[in-house]
Design a protein around this ligand. Sequence first.
Ligand SMILES: C[S@@+](CC[C@H](N)C(=O)[O-])C[C@H]1O[C@@H](n2cnc3c(N)ncnc32)[C@H](O)[C@@H]1O
Length: 294
Amino acid sequence: MPWQELRIHANSTHAEALSDALFDLGALSVSIEDAAAGTEMEKPIFGEPGMPLEQLWDESVVVVLLEEDSDAELMVTAAANVVGIAPPRHSVSRVEEQDWVRLTQSQFDPIQVSERLWITPTWHAATPNAINIALDPGLAFGTGSHPTTWLCLQWLDAEVRAGESVLDYGCGSGILAISAKLLGAGEVHGVDIDAQAMTASAQNAEQNHVAAQFFLPDAAPERSYDLVVANILTNPLKMLMPLLASRCRSGGRLVLSGILAEQAEDIIGIYAPMFSLAVSAEREGWVRIAGTRK
Ligand SMILES: C[S@@+](CC[C@H](N)C(=O)[O-])C[C@H]1O[C@@H](n2cnc3c(N)ncnc32)[C@H](O)[C@@H]1O
């Protein structure tokens, strides 16, 4: 079945309200894009993973997917009425039926983390003579494509020594725990507050034939580990400092991710009583902070 794509030009004041109104009017999907995308004026806006953007482009395009028989003109007029503006400039085009599974899959190519470490969706052939983590996009965060995950994977690749115990705090898809195990770690545990992450992590561990265990916070073992990796947001990481300190053995190593460059100093200061930390890498505005437990 074909669909219609409606593209509505909007400024940052109205884009969000227009997209909410279009959803309420029955749009199949709505997203807000930079009107200058694909040009020299394109402006990336970074946000913390999983959080709504606090800032929008001055000139945005609200991209709306509609059923084939929806009245696109009427939708624009009705949404503009809700927002209290005149119908903005817009265009409508037809979206032909596609093999959506194939199209989605084509957007997830294998990701090379290092010389030897690859994240490979299951519909791709594994890279020969490499450590391949078989992982498909799912409901839990962590496909390897986000810079915060990638920074942790690189650290694990360089840092995991055979037999070391590893805690992946905020495990999401389990990607870091599973990678640690494939890289030679001993006992590996993952913790997350999201029940969906438990399911995804367990399935992904099974898919990769690794023995890693995953726990909701209240059920997690009260013990310390040689390595602790936590790719969460800056604010939870601040609050988790005492807990992560209790989970990392004296002389053990900690890596933190999910931190924007301008937030690094703050985090390093909060962790300073228990850890000697420093920024060890940066990618697309995100930093990785790593160091040792005092
Ligand atoms: C950015 S994702 C990271 C997922 C994966 N480890 C990766 O590197 O791609 C952060 C994860 O932390 C979890 N999380 C957030 N706050 C948490 C908390 N206080 N304790 C445990 N997990 C938490 C979220 O549910 C989410 O799955």
